[in-house]
Design a binder for this molecule. Structure first.
Ligand SMILES: O=P(O)(O)OC[C@H]1O[C@H](OP(=O)(O)OP(=O)(O)O)[C@H](O)[C@@H]1O
Ligand SMILES: NC(=O)CC[C@H](N)C(=O)O
Ligand SMILES: [Mg+2]
Length: 518
C-alpha cells in the first residue's frame, strides 16, 4: 500500500507534491520520489527514506513545472533497494514515468513476455517496473504511425487491463502529453480525483486518499471507478473512460481496518466511521460472550485502534483511557522492513502509564493482530505495569492468509493466526482472554456506509482472492521468495544493480539536484 499523487496545476507543483507525500507517509516509509515536468523534460528525485529526509531544498528547486507525480513506497515486491524507489521511467515511447500502489500477481510471467516478445529489459525485481513497461508497450502499439491522442492512451490502458493481473492504482505522465491515472478492474487499491478552481483555470489532483486533497486545499470530485482511466492534458482538460471489460468494485477491506488514515473517505465510506462501527460490533460480541468477565478499563493500542477502542468503551459503558503513550517520532511498525526492526520498534514506540494498569482488569483493543509483534509485547508491558487481568480484543478477524495485493504479508508461517485456534493465539500473546471481530460483522459494518459496495477483497481473512488467479502453487512461490527469512536484502552497493538504469544514478550519493530526464 504505497501512496501516489498526480497533479496538473497552473503553477509549480513541487511543493504541493511534497506536502501531499507527507500526508500519505503512513502508506509507505521506505522510499519517496517526485517527478515534475515543464512539458519536454522530466525532473526527478527519489531515494530511500522518509519524505522529509529524501527531499532537501536543492532537490525541490530543481523539480520544475506545473505537472507532476509522486510516490511513497512500502515494498511488496522485489527488494527495498533504492533502485526500486518510484516513480519509474522509460524513455520510449515519448518518455513515461509511473507510480504504482498495489501488487501484480503475474509479474514474473509478464517480465519474461516483455523480454522475449516485446524486447524490453526490466532491470529490477519490481513489479511496478514491469507495469510501466506493459503500459509503454501498449501505448507504443496504439500510437504507432500516428500522433498520440487521448483515445489511444485509453486503449493502452485497456491493453494493460488485459495483460496485468492483481492490484494496481496508477499515476503516470507521458512527456509533452499529460497525466494518466487508472485503477485495476477490481478497484482493490483506492484512488480519488479532486479539483481546485483558480483564477488561471481548474487544477486537478489524483491521489491514493482523500486526506491529501483536504490538506492541499482541493475539493473531492469522486473516486476513480474500478477499471476506469482518467487523463488530464497539459492544459488541464479532463477526460475519462471505462477501460475494462468487466469492472467490479472489490476494494481491500484492510484499507478500512488499518492501512488508510481515518480522515479519508474511500469509495464513499468514511474510514473513521467504519472504525467506530468496528468498535460497536466488537463490543456487542464482548457483551454476548464475556458476560462473566469484569473489565475495569478499555485501553487502545495507538494509533490505528483508537476510534474502535473508543467505541468499545462507550458501548460497554466503561472508561476509555490512554494507557500507552506513543512516541510521535516513530512511524508505523507493521510496514517496517524485517521482523527484528519491527520488534524493536514496538517497545520504542509505546510506553505504558503505570496508574492506568496497576491492579486493574484491562481490555486492550487493537485494530488487528497480524504477526503478533505488537500484541505479544503490549500484553507483557501491561503485566509489567501491574495489570491484574489483561484481556485483548481485535477489531478485525484473525489474519490467516497472505496478502498478494500490496500488503507485505506474503508468508503463512509469519501470520500468528495461521494454523492456530483462538485459544492458542491467546496463549501466544500471553493474554488472559482474546476476542476477535467476526468477518461478517466487519463486512456489514463497512457496507453500512455504502450499501452499493457488494463485495470486498477480504483475502487475508478468508483466503478468497478476488482476481481468481491465486492458487496453492502461487502462495508457495511468494512464501519462498518473500517470507521474512528469504527476502532479498538491500544490495550493499545498490548502484551495481543500476548501472544500466539511467534514472537510478540518484542512488549513489544524494544528487545536488533533481536529475533531468529528457
Ligand atoms: O500483529 P502485528 O504484526 O504487530 O501487526 C498489527 C499491528 O501493527 C499495526 O500498528 P503500527 O504500529 O504499524 O501502526 P499504527 O501506529 O497506525 O497503529 C496495527 O495497527 C497493529 O497494531
Ligand atoms: N505497497 C505497494 O503498493 C507497493 C508497490 C510495488 N509493488 C512495490 O513493491 O514497489
Ligand atoms: Mg497499531
Amino acid at each position: 500500500m504505497c501512496g501516489i499523487i498526480g497533479i496538473v496545476g497552473k503553477n509549480p507543483v513541487n511543493q504541493l507534491l511534497y506536502d501531499g507525500l507527507l500526508v500519505l507517509q503512513h502508506r509507505g516509509q521506505d522510499a519517496a520520489g517526485i517527478v515534475t515536468t515543464d512539458g519536454n523534460t522530466f525532473f526527478m528525485h527519489k531515494n530511500n527514506g522518509l519524505v522529509k529526509d529524501v527531499f532537501q531544498t536543492r532537490h525541490m528547486r530543481s523539480l520544475i513545472g506545473n505537472v507532476g507525480i509522486a510516490h511513497v513506497r512500502y515494498p511488496t515486491a522485489g527488494s527495498s533497494s533504492a533502485a526500486e524507489a518510484q516513480p519509474f521511467y522509460v524513455n520510449s515511447p515519448f518518455g513515461i514515468v509511473l507510480g504504482h500502489n498495489g501488487n501484480l500477481t503475474n509479474s514474473q510471467q509478464l517480465k519474461s513476455e516483455m523480454f522475449r516478445q516485446d524486447l524490453r529489459h526490466i532491470n529490477t525485481n519490481s513489479d511496478s517496473e514491469v507495469l510501466l513497461n506493459v503500459l509503454a508497450h501498449e501505448i507504443e502499439k496504439t500510437s504507432r504511425n500516428a500522433v498520440l491522442n487521448t483515445d489511444m492512451a485509453f486503449d493502452a490502458v485497456s491493453g494493460v487491463h488485459k495483460r496485468c493481473k492483481g492490484a494496481y492504482a496508477v499515476v503516470a505522465m507521458i512527456a509533452n502529453f499529460g497525466l494518466l491515472a487508472f485503477r485495476d478492474p477490481n478497484g482493490i487499491r483506492p484512488l480519488v480525483i479532486g479539483k481546485l478552481e483558480t483564477a488561471l483555470g481548474t487544477e486537478y489532483i489524483v491521489a491514493s486518499e482523500s486526506v491529501a486533497l483536504d490538506v492541499l486545499g482541493f475539493q473531492m470530485v469522486r473516486d476513480v471507478e474500478p477499471g476506469e482511466a482518467v487523463f488530464i492534458d497539459m492544459d488541464g482538460n479532463f477526460f475519462s473512460r471505462q477501460c475494462a471489460d468487466n469492472p467490479k468494485l472489490n476494494p481491500c477491506i484492510f484499507e478500512y481496518v488499518y492501512l488508510a488514515r481515518p480522515d479519508s473517505v474511500i469509495d464513499g465510506v468514511s474510514v473513521y466511521q467504519t472504525r467506530l462501527d468496528m468498535g460497536k460490533s466488537l463490543a456487542e460480541k464482548i457483551k454476548r460472550e464475556w458476560s462473566d468477565k469484569k473489565i475495569d478499563v478499555v485501553i487502545p493500542i495507538p494509533d490505528t485502534s483508537r476510534p474502535s477502542a473508543l467505541q468499545v468503551g462507550i458501548a460497554l459503558g466503561l472508561d476509555y483511557r490512554e494507557g500507552f503513550i506513543k512516541n510521535r517520532y516513530i512511524g508505523r511498525t507493521f510496514i517496517m522492513p524485517g521482523q527484528a526492526l519491527r520488534k524493536k520498534s514496538v517497545r520504542q514506540k509505546l510506553n505504558p502509564i503505570g496508574i492506568e494498569f496497576k491492579g486493574k482488569n484491562v481490555l486492550l483493543v487493537d485494530d488487528s493482530i497480524v504477526r503478533g509483534t505488537t500484541s505479544q509485547q503490549i500484553v507483557q508491558m501491561a503485566r509489567d505495569a501491574g495489570a491484574n487481568k489483561v484481556y485483548f480484543a481485535s477489531a478485525a478477524p484473525p489474519v490467516r492468509f497472505p496478502n498478494v495485493y500490496g500488503i507485505d504479508m506474503p508468508s503463512r508461517d509469519e501470520l500468528l493466526a495461521t494454523g492456530r485456534t483462538d485459544e492458542q493465539i491467546c496463549q501466544e500473546i500471553g493474554a488472559d482472554a482474546l476476542i476477535y471481530q467476526d468477518l461478517d460483522a466487519l463486512v456489514e459494518g463497512v457496507k453500512l456506509s455504502n450499501p452499493h459496495i457488494k463485495n470486498f477483497d477480504c483475502s487475508c481473512f478468508d483466503g478468497k482472492y478476488v482476481t481468481g488467479d491465486i492458487n496453492e502453487a502461487y502462495l508457495n512461490n511468494i512464501e519462498t521468495a518473500r517470507g521474512d527469512m528469504n527476502k532479498k536484502q538491500k544490495p550493499a552497493n545498490s548502484s551495481t544493480q543500476m548501472d544500466l538504469n539511467l534514472i537510478d544514478s540518484f542512488d549513489n550519493e544524494p544528487a545536488e539536484e533533481a536529475t533531468e530526464v529528457s
